[in-house]
Write a protein that binds this ligand. Structure first.
Ligand SMILES: Cc1ncc(COP(=O)(O)O)c(C=O)c1O
Length: 454
């Protein structure tokens, strides 16, 4: 039996992060198409998507050339078991190696969560096989506010308490420390001293846990969904030093920051410190295909080389990891990022966006801080600029809802830290023009006035 679902009628879709009670009798408009930075709904209304989906549609929506590549690959070779070998997947790994510029091997999967899960397993197995007393090195240190994914291990590494309520306990051995957060750092410390203090907290944690029990430290170069927290410039190089000193692997979660979003091809480039393992998703396929990668430096990969049969290979397979269509499409998406110099555009138009916000809202009594890098901007809203008490949820919802009503989709950090979901997030496609940035900023500034009466 088939059922026809009419528009406007209740549907059977369980939407993520949504309290369905409020949807009763109020089915949201359907989005039917998208082009560039704009979504169009069933009634023909256009909305500027200043979130690039979930920070992933880096090259913008509706690229015909991507559709052509996908169609060609689907008719030529739509799938191949990942234990076998085909051209697009080998080329895709080679392209990542070429862009990163160091010797590495690439393990593919299809989501950021899986890429991080793979990184944790690789880190643990590496220590076991590296002959440095690694049988006890299983702990993964991460940071509060960071999001690393929805699966059990990735959730355990996520430093957002509200994402764990009802799902804990997760796997053992996951520990969080505070990230640099200059806006809320000790007022007597300089920004560098704050960076140093946070790096020292990592070292203290490693020492208190026992360095011989710690497998890896995972961090986003800039915490994105957790509220756009840009570290002081001395922090990442110090973290690298500390990890090296204690034999702890360093993992960059570049799921958001990879492929241009921070104004460079990779987020870490600004700080020039390389990690041992890096994870990518989102911008890797620009939202055209579900794809993710765990890139492992060869000094780690080599510890997985051994006599067949002794269980030293990576014993994991993801059915859709190394998917030929995902590979062909991602290669094309990366080519577009390079040819259209989208990282450069992200840097320039992103900075322009922040300048405009500061100009229009810099003196607003509820604007605590405007921060960001590249096409990733956070605006922290507070009830009082002196006390920095966060703006409550209802007011935040009022602002984002008003923006949507006026044709701009903005985000905010939701379900992160209790009482601290007060950062407006702006992360548009990297093709955003200055005129489109003006539209985002004007709409946001208008919403601040209308929704807050200020
Ligand atoms: C930094 C970061 N890591 C990992 C993930 C998880 O990616 P996915 O949703 O593809 O599993 C996300 C998703 O938002 C993310 O922002």
């Amino acid at each position: 039996m088939t059922t026809t679902i009419h528009q406007g009628m209740p549907d059977h879709l369980w939407r993520p992060l949504t309290q369905h009670q409020i949807l009763k009798g109020n089915t949201p408009n359907r989005i039917v198409s998208a082009k560039g930075c704009f979504l169009t709904d069933q009634n023909g209304n256009r909305m500027l998507d200043a979130l690039a989906g979930l920070w992933c549609v880096n090259i913008g929506y509706g690229r015909r050339e991507i559709g052509e590549v996908a169609a060609r690959q689907m008719t030529e070779l739509n799938y191949l078991a990942p234990v076998m070998t085909c051209g697009p997947v080998v080329d895709f790994a080679a392209k990542l190696q070429q862009l990163l510029g160091f010797d590495c091997h690439v393990y593919f999967s299809s989501s950021g969560s899986e890429a991080n899960e793979s990184a944790f397993k690789i880190a643990r197995q590496y220590h076991l096989q590296a002959g440095n007393g690694g049988e006890r090195r299983f702990k993964i240190i991460s940071r509060y506010r960071a999001y690393h994914g929805a699966t059990m291990g990735a959730m355990a590494a996520t430093g957002q308490a509200e994402r764990k309520i009802g799902y804990d306990p997760g796997p053992v051995g996951f520990i969080q420390i505070m990230p640099p957060y200059p806006y809320r750092g000790h007022p007597k410390l300089t920004i560098e001293e704050h960076g140093e203090q946070c790096a020292q907290q990592l070292e203290e944690t490693i020492l208190h846990e026992g360095a011989e029990t710690v497998a890896a430290f995972i961090m986003e170069p800039v915490i994105s969904g957790g509220g756009v927290l840009v570290p002081p410039d001395n922090y990442i190089p110090r973290v690298r030093e500390i990890c090296d000193r204690h034999g702890v692997l360093m993992i960059y979660d570049e799921v958001v920051s990879g492929f241009g979003r921070l104004g460079t091809m990779f987020g870490y480039e600004r700080w020039k410190s390389e990690a041992d393992i890096m994870t990518f998703a989102k911008g890797l396929g620009s939202g055209y295909v579900p794809v993710a990668a765990t890139v492992v430096k060869d000094h780690i990969f080599e510890k997985f080389l051994s006599t067949p049969g002794n269980m030293q290979h990576f014993r994991q397979v993801n059915t859709y990891g190394g998917h030929p269509v995902a590979a062909a499409v991602s290669l094309k998406a990366i080519q577009i990022v390079e040819e259209e110099r989208l990282a450069e555009n992200a840097s320039q138009v992103g900075e322009y966006t922040r300048i405009q916000i500061r100009q229009l809202l810099g003196d607003h009594p509820y604007v605590g801080e405007v921060r960001g890098i590249g096409m990733l901007t956070g605006v922290e809203l507070v009830q009082d600029r002196q006390t920095k008490v966060p703006l409550p949820d209802a007011a935040m919802v009022g602002i984002t809802t008003d923006c949507v009503r006026n044709g701009v989709l903005l985000g905010r950090n939701t379900n992160t830290v209790p009482g601290r979901n007060n950062v407006i997030l702006i992360a548009p496609p990297l093709v955003l023009t200055r005129a489109e940035a003006d539209q985002v900023v004007d709409t946001f500034a208008g919403a601040m006035k209308r929704a807050l009466n200020k």
